[in-house]
Design a protein around this ligand. Structure first.
Ligand code: ASP
Length: 307
């Protein structure tokens, strides 16, 4: 059976007219690097769970994306990081929310899955857990870039409201390995100017992240509040499992449901067969896929513009 890896770096108002060539080039290069990291594992017969973690770690370290370094800032100017990982073999999962010092939230999520009796760990105690697990700790400043500071100032000046040009930069990876198992990983700084310990969909199993060998693996980006209400990831899998919808039809239906709740966003998904799908209701989505059949695509804009 052939393997498949699909990744995203968030969705938003990306159009050739409003994305500088430098940013576009750096973002495409970042997606390429993440594909390489996951591909190296899958092409050697490695597991989907290892591949999605490896791809997510590359994107977390890349300041182009809203995860790890380069994450968006809370209203009081900090970075608080959320992440989740899920293994479709046994539906085991781990998640963290509100991390402030753990360099790789996806590694912390994996540690929560494998080395704690719990699923979701939050805030300073989640950082304590990660430190106890030997995961690298950094100052919160490590995550902050000048671009994100400027973005926070702009949002605060607008009264905390997002402008129409918002780019959700959450990162995610889904994979099907050559044994036919699927896994999903999502990592994010959440929304700019978030307050009151806000947690989005990304670390919530079934909302922004879900994996189930009986159906598919899913990772979301977009307005987290809408994906939580739609239980987007789980809804997608259950549409396939219980209603027999195809992967793409189920994905499109979830995006329509999120839209009906007032949210825009994007989804990537992969089935155990290796079939891949993606979709988004914003002008663009940073996305890429590779497979054991030699396919490889990196894209930012809608399919027509990409051609
Ligand atoms: N879905 C993320 C959240 O609401 C944001 C994003 O996709 O960038 O936290």
């Amino acid at each position: 059976m052939s393997w498949t890896l699909v990744i995203h770096g968030g969705c938003g108002a990306m159009r050739p007219a409003n994305l500088s060539p430098e940013v576009e080039e750096r973002s495409r290069a970042g997606l390429d690097n993440a594909l390489d990291a996951g591909r190296a594992i899958l092409a050697e017969g490695g597991s989907a769970i290892d591949a999605v973690e490896a791809a997510a770690r590359v994107l977390e370290d890349d300041p182009c994306f809203n995860a790890g370094r380069g994450s968006v800032l809370t209203a009081d100017g900090h970075v608080e990081l959320d992440a989740a990982i899920m293994d479709g073999r046994d539906r085991n999962a781990g998640a963290v929310a509100g991390l402030r010092t753990t360099r790789s939230p996806i590694r912390a999520a994996r540690a929560a899955m494998e080395r704690s009796p719990h699923i979701l760990l939050t805030y300073d105690q989640a950082d304590v857990f990660a430190r106890e697990q030997g995961l690298e700790q950094v100052d919160n400043d490590y995550f902050i870039t000048p671009e994100r500071k400027a973005q926070l100032d702009k949002v605060l000046a607008a009264g905390g409201n997002f402008d129409a040009d918002i780019k959700y930069g959450t990162i995610g990876a889904v994979a099907a390995d050559s044994q036919g198992h699927v896994a999903a990983a999502t990592s994010t700084g959440g929304l700019t100017a978030k307050r009151w310990g806000r947690v989005g969909d990304s670390p919530l199993i079934g909302a922004g992240t879900y994996a189930d060998d009986r159906a598919c693996a899913v990772s979301a980006t977009g307005l987290g509040e809408a994906f939580i209400r739609a239980v987007g990831g789980h809804q997608l899998a259950m549409r396939m499992l219980l209603s027999g919808e195809s992967l793409q039809a189920a994905l499109d239906a979830v995006l329509a449901d999120v839209g009906a709740l007032g949210g825009t966003g994007g989804l990537i998904a992969v089935a155990p067969s290796g079939e891949a799908a993606w979709g988004f209701t914003t002008p663009g989505m940073y996305r890429a896929m590779a497979s054991g059949n030699g396919e490889r695509h990196v894209a930012v804009y809608d399919e027509v513009t990409e051609r």
